[in-house]
Design a protein around this ligand. Structure first.
Ligand SMILES: [Zn+2]
Length: 121
């Protein structure tokens, strides 16, 4: 019975060491990734995950802005003079990463993000 307790204690200790190692890996700074992102959010693996989420939010915003533009063009022969005419929520008119306002490109017409790296979104 005493031996069983010792085995259980050593198993718990091993599990705790593995847990600490995993948490340290997730939170440990990643030098190259941090240098690659000027906004500094990608210092850790969790920071990089948050960064990727904001990139996805930018893509989603642009997709919805383009759909709003298509709806606008369906009822109007002229493209809108500015993005404000699409009556989008304020949170959807700027890049969530850099805060730059989205640009209405009359050639297309389409909506673009000018944040570096988001040109192809
Ligand atoms: Zn963007």
């Amino acid at each position: 019975m005493r031996r069983r307790g010792a085995i259980l204690a050593s198993l718990l200790l091993a599990a705790a060491i593995v847990l600490v190692a995993v948490v340290a890996y997730l939170l440990w700074p990643k030098g190259q990734t941090a240098a690659a992102r000027p906004d500094g959010l990608a210092h850790t693996t969790l920071g990089a995950a948050r960064m990727a989420a904001k990139d996805t939010e930018c893509r989603s915003n642009l997709q919805q802005a383009r759909q709003a533009l298509q709806l606008y063009l369906a009822s109007s022969d002229e493209p809108p003079a500015s993005l404000e005419e699409l009556k989008l929520p304020a949170s959807m008119t700027r890049c969530p990463v850099g805060g730059e306002p989205y640009v209405l490109d009359p050639n297309g017409p389409t909506v673009r993000c000018v944040h570096p790296g988001h040109e192809g979104y």
